[in-house]
Design a protein. Structure first.
Length: 196
């Protein structure tokens, strides 16, 4: 397997996270599953991106987030269910978020850009859907949490290393307890915003 230098899901600095728990941990007993609308641009590589989407949906489902996926287009962005918009960008200049595989704008609650050539260049082709799924979940989590904070372990690490890649081959990385608390808070405030 080709392993390059540690990759950066986004370019920001790790700040939080001590305890690590598995991805199968739910948001909380008795809490109903939250639903998230996502507009995803699959144009760059439809089969691989659809595969990554399915893995990402499963990873989010494990922590109680149901996802509804739509094609990325203008009409999707105007949907009333407050969608997150994900563009898959094939070619970006080297100085655009250098070393990052993707970038989110967590404070606008909407937009994510994935730098697809960098994702493809980071690992062997067989691992691309799994890595892309982790990139999607990482950035979607930033948007839900409304913060650019990172954790020391798992999906929300600022930099994944060789061990993380190896784990991705077998099972998805997990969230920390702090990640899950921020997700709960973020989902609550998205719901309140939608009801306004
Ligand atoms: Zn990040």
């Amino acid at each position: 397997m080709k392993i390059g230098k540690p990759v950066t899901p986004a370019r920001r600095i790790s700040k939080i996270g001590l305890s690590f728990i598995m991805a199968s941990t739910c948001l909380g007993a008795g809490e109903s599953e939250a639903e998230l609308a996502i507009c995803l641009d699959r144009g760059a590589d439809p089969a691989v991106i659809a595969h990554a989407q399915a893995i990402a949906a499963e990873m989010l489902s494990r922590v109680g987030i149901a996802t509804k996926w739509y094609s990325y287009r203008g009409s999707c962005l105007r949907r009333p269910d407050n969608p997150i918009a994900i563009r898959i960008v094939s070619h970006v200049p080297e100085n655009h978020h250098p070393d990052a595989l993707a970038a989110a704008r967590p404070f606008d609650g909407i937009r994510i850009e994935v730098f697809y050539e960098r994702v493809k260049g980071a690992v062997d082709s067989g691992l691309v859907p799994r890595l892309l799924a982790h990139v999607l979940v990482h950035e979607i989590t930033h948007i839900i949490q409304g913060t650019d904070s990172h954790s020391d372990f798992g999906i929300m690490k600022a930099h994944w290393n060789t061990d993380d890649y190896h784990q991705m081959m077998h099972a998805p990385l997990g969230f920390t307890e702090e990640d899950l608390q921020l997700i709960r808070n973020g989902l609550r405030s998205r719901m309140e915003h939608k009801l306004e």
